[in-house]
Design a protein. Structure first.
Length: 87
C-alpha cells in the first residue's frame, strides 16, 4: 500500500494536517478497487498509482479533480479486467 508520505509528496504537501484524511482516502480507494475485483493485497505500482489518483481527485488537486477521478476509474476498471490484478 502506498504510504501517506508518498501521496503528500506527489501533491506537494509539506505539513501533517491532512495525513488522516489522506489515509482514509487511500483506504477508500483500496475498498473501491476490491469491490470491483482488483486484488489490492498484492503489491503493485498500479494499485499505488490508483490510490494516488483517487486522493488527488478527492483533494481537487490543481483544480483537476474530475480529471483525476476519471483517470482513477479507468485504471481501476482496467485492473479489474486484467487477469494479473484480479482476485
Amino acid at each position: 500500500m502506498i504510504p501517506v508520505e508518498d501521496v503528500k509528496k506527489s501533491m506537494r504537501i509539506g505539513h501533517n494536517l491532512s495525513d488522516d484524511e489522506i489515509q482514509r482516502n487511500i483506504e477508500t480507494a483500496l475498498l473501491d478497487m476490491s469491490r470491483v475485483g482488483v486484488n489490492v493485497d498484492k503489491e503493485s505500482e498500479l494499485v499505488d498509482k490508483a490510490c494516488e489518483l483517487y486522493c488527488k481527485a478527492q483533494f481537487d488537486y490543481q483544480g483537476k479533480g474530475e480529471s483525476y477521478l476519471k483517470n482513477y476509474e479507468k485504471l481501476r476498471d482496467g485492473m479489474s479486467m486484467s487477469g494479473e490484478h484480479g482476485v
